[in-house]
Write a protein that binds this ligand. Structure first.
Ligand code: NAP
Length: 710
């Protein structure tokens, strides 16, 4: 092994990055050729022959996991942002290699910038929506005993092994980063196995990442080459995230380590995605050209080599010919096939010559099954030497032919078929046996809703398109990091991305049962009923401020504030005059606060009651510390529930407890969530909620060293 990557990346064997060094197979290994798909020239060779895969996995399990485990979720997420900025600066080399693989500039943007975009999104989501620790609480606490001493909840923690990411050839950069990013935030080391035909591009991206020096060692390894023994060394601790054809997914699922060994296996496979044109749309409607643009675009981008591309265009019978004609006109106007490095090219070659052969064979089989080529040609111009294919539009007399709904021609190929009723359109879309995405294009809200509800169970994503979002839509074929990508049935049955869901896919959910103190110890978040350090009114167990060094928790910075630090107030009575004044000053004259007769008839109130927002305001007046404090701002409130009404002459008191403390990695403050509990004079719960605040990290920042009771 070597410390540096061989310089001749573009003309030699594509190296792997394993166990902290660049590795190439023994001298004399032939490997598989990677060709410039426009010129046919060999540009690299790939082989993993002789690689000790078991050692690579062990390295991830030890060095990789240790490095990742030393950081918190926020620290890892921040590294992703750093990495995204670095790759943004250095992406031109990836564009250059991608163009030799038939990608136009727009295709490069989709793959390279799309991948970098996932890093940014996962970084931001991880820091904004997850705690700065390594345990995520999932959902609410479940009370399981009357006295509150036995409670339960769910937590997520990282899976104990590694993730092996087997990727398809069509997105060498995005395909890697969209899996690596969430796994990294979760704290799970990635071993990336790109598809052979574009592994040189993935390797170049990994080289940039390693050169950046941003990641902890062992968190990302690359195996370039076929690595057919990869699954042999995995066990129940590990996960395989596969992207590729259904055939390969089915084969890998049969591996004994998946079948019997408990390896977690998730697949993103192929899909006969549909686009449905609503029966309300006429050729004159604004939706018609919008729909045609969407379909043509999906054929052109990446030369139709997208798992999400539209393979079946389902339109009202009467519109089959107009749609075919409009599609043909659009493709003729917009698509110029050729070498992406040549000015004017708008669609490049397919990603390999094998791919060209497979797509042409698939088109031949569709024609044999009854498809008629209405636009384009399946012929290959050998003189051009590249893996070029024109866009092909097929139309069908029989919309039920099995091949139409099952043969994926993974290139610039689509079929147009007719339907009679909304129910038939749904049925036809469902004949894909489970798809990644469908577009529904209609301006009839009733029909659009019916179509979407009808096909939702067969799809992972539905893209609803009409004149109102024609300009702003990100398009049918673009999986978004904030939304789930994946689909049922043939599409693989897997799920990726979807914001922080994508991170949780690399974590194990565990139910935890115990006392509030035990759950607090496990999660680092205070649970109601757990130990508190109570400052405030002695009548309710508080130590008065200043006595025995007691400090109001608002006066503590993140240096000294602990979860469980609490302020308990005394009681405060509600008077009719105050309720009336609040009604008059705010204009909230709802009868329950102003009309004793009407209020008494209401089944929930004994008579006039205080406004809920008045109670919340009184609570703030009760818990806020007078004078300077370490709290910078109150930025909101969550989970507010009013439970027992407060009538005239009732009293309330508040208990405010530091529940969750999240220092921000890049700021001199952090977030503190406070559990607020309002009780009445009978100790009944009046209201509960979380108060969200920003608190200084250091005492002198906010208090200038005045950390004493005012
Ligand atoms: P593929 O032939 O199924 O290969 C996918 C990956 O599996 C490649 O990295 C391949 O490596 C690897 N592989 C094959 N057999 C293996 C084995 N026994 N052990 C370990 N790895 C193995 O698919 P492809 O031709 O690269 O990609 C095109 C297909 O992917 C299309 O059908 C497309 O619809 C689908 N796709 C789906 C999504 C999605 O998100 N759902 C995204 C993109 C593409 P080698 O290249 O070294 O053989």
């Amino acid at each position: 092994m070597t410390d540096t990557m061989p310089q001749s990346l573009a003309a030699d064997i594509v190296p792997s990055y394993v166990c902290g060094a660049w590795w190439t197979p023994p001298q004399g290994t032939t490997g598989t050729s990677i060709r410039d798909t426009s010129t046919g020239a060999e540009i690299a060779r790939v082989s993993s022959e002789g690689l000790d895969t078991a050692r690579v996995i062990e390295y991830a399990r030890t060095v990789g996991r240790d490095g990742l485990g030393a950081l918190t979720i926020h620290q890892r997420a921040l590294k992703l942002k750093e990495l995204a900025l670095y790759l943004n600066e250095h992406k031109q080399s990836l564009y250059d290699l991608s163009m030799a693989n038939g990608a136009t500039k727009g295709d490069c943007f989709f793959d390279v910038d799309g991948g970098i975009g996932v890093l940014f999104t996962m970084s931001s989501k991880g820091r904004r929506e997850l705690p700065n620790s390594n345990v995520i609480i999932d959902g609410a606490v479940e009370p399981m005993s009357k006295d509150g001493s036995f409670i339960g909840e769910h937590i997520y923690s990282r899976i104990p092994g590694v993730t092996v990411e087997i990727n398809a050839f069509n997105f060498p950069v995005w395909g890697m980063l969209e899996k690596f990013a969430p796994a990294f935030v979760a704290g799970v080391p990635s071993i990336v196995k790109p598809a052979t035909p574009t592994s040189n591009i993935t390797a170049a991206c990994v080289k940039l990442i390693i050169d950046s020096g941003i990641l902890p060692e062992g968190s990302l390894q690359l195996i370039a080459g076929s690595a057919r023994d990869l699954l042999d060394h995995l066990d129940y601790r590990d996960m395989v995230t596969f992207t590729g054809s259904k055939a390969t997914a089915d084969r890998l699922r049969q591996h004994p380590n998946v079948q019997e060994g408990g390896v977690r296996f998730t697949a993103e496979a192929d899909s006969l995605n549909a686009a449905i044109l609503g029966s309300d749309v006429t050729p004159e409607a604004p939706e018609f050209p919008t729909f045609i643009r969407a379909v043509a675009n999906e054929m052109q981008v990446k030369a139709g080599q997208k798992c999400t591309a539209i393979r079946r265009v389902i339109v009202p019978h009467a519109l089959v010919e107009p749609v075919v004609d409009a599609l043909a006109a659009r493709l003729a106007e917009k698509v110029t096939v050729g070498d992406p490095r040549v000015e004017g090219t708008t669609m490049g070659a397919l990603a390999s010559f094998e791919q060209l052969r497979d797509v042409r064979a698939a088109v031949d089989s569709l024609v044999a099954a009854g498809g008629q080529i209405a636009y384009g040609s399946n012929a290959w111009d050998a003189e051009q030497r590249g893996a070029f294919l024109s866009p092909v539009v097929l139309k069908w007399d029989d919309n039920r032919v099995e091949a139409l709904h099952s043969t994926e021609a993974f290139g610039p190929v689509t079929s147009v078929l007719g339907y009679d009723t909304v129910a038939e359109a749904v049925e036809l879309a469902a004949m894909g046996d489970g798809s990644l995405v469908a577009t529904v294009c209609s301006y009839d809200m009733g029909e659009a809703g019916e179509l979407a509800r009808g096909i939702a169970g067969y799809h992972g994503r539905i893209h609803m398109l009409n004149r109102d979002n024609a300009r702003t839509s990100t398009g049918h074929g673009a999986p978004l990091p904030t939304l789930v990508h994946g689909g049922p049935g043939r599409a693989g049955g897997g799920e990726e991305l979807g914001g922080v869901r994508g991170i949780k896919h690399y974590m194990q959910r565990t139910a935890i049962q115990g006392t509030p103190d035990l759950l607090t110890a496990v999660t680092g978040q205070w649970h109601r009923g757990a130990a508190q350090n109570r400052v405030g009114d002695p009548a309710f167990g508080g130590t008065p401020e200043g006595e025995n060094g007691a400090i109001h928790p608002f006066r503590k910075s993140l240096e000294t504030l602990q979860i469980g630090d609490a302020f308990v107030s005394g009681l405060r009575q509600a008077t009719e005059q105050e309720i009336t004044d609040f009604a008059n000053t705010t204009g909230d004259v709802f009868y329950a606060h102003t009309d004793p007769v009407a209020a008494a008839v209401n089944p929930f109130f004994p008579g006039i009651v205080a406004h809920g927002y008045l109670l919340v305001s009184w609570a703030a007046g009760l818990f806020v510390a007078p004078g300077r404090s370490a709290v910078y701002a109150n930025y909101g409130m969550e989970n507010l529930r009013f439970i027992t009404p407060v009538g005239i002459d009732d009293s309330i008191r508040v208990e405010l407890t530091a529940k969750r403390i999240t220092p921000r990695e890049t700021e001199d403050y952090g977030e503190v969530v406070w559990d607020a509990l309002l009780l009445n004079q009978n100790e009944e719960i009046v209201a509960t909620y979380d108060v969200l605040t920003l608190v200084a990290k250091r005492e002198e920042q906010a208090l200038g060293g005045e950390n004493t009771a005012q």
